[in-house]
Design a protein around this ligand. Structure first.
Ligand SMILES: [Zn+2]
Length: 110
């Protein structure tokens, strides 16, 4: 086991709650852009739409990350964490350090 399961569990859970918090915070930014001048303030509608699109893209990213984390949490549960889902080899500790939700070893990730 490249990383202790306890460490992996708390790291993954922290990452997940961080992502969920960010998601919560950005909810307003993702909401439909209103045409109401007052609520848009000094931002032009274009800026507002662009900001919204960026916030929505960031949210999609976060959702995908949360799914990867959930999958990693399931592997922890199944005692498969830290092993490549493709070939079953141990995933390098360094790799898990960088991405605790990594599902593939370096060879299979390529
Ligand atoms: Zn592999």
């Amino acid at each position: 086991m490249p990383m202790s399961e306890k460490d992996a569990l708390s790291t993954l859970q922290n990452l997940k709650s961080e992502l969920e918090a960010l998601s919560e915070i950005s909810q307003e930014a993702r909401a439909t852009v209103t045409l109401d001048q007052q609520s848009v303030g000094r931002l032009s509608r274009m800026d507002a739409l662009q900001g919204q699109a960026m916030a929505q893209a960031a949210e999609r990213h976060r959702r995908a990350d949360i799914q990867r984390i959930d999958a990693a949490l399931r592997r922890l549960d199944d005692d498969e964490y830290g092993y490549c889902v493709e070939c079953g080899e141990e995933i390098a500790a360094k790799r898990l350090e960088v991405d605790p939700a990594a599902a593939f070893c370096i060879k299979c990730a390529r």
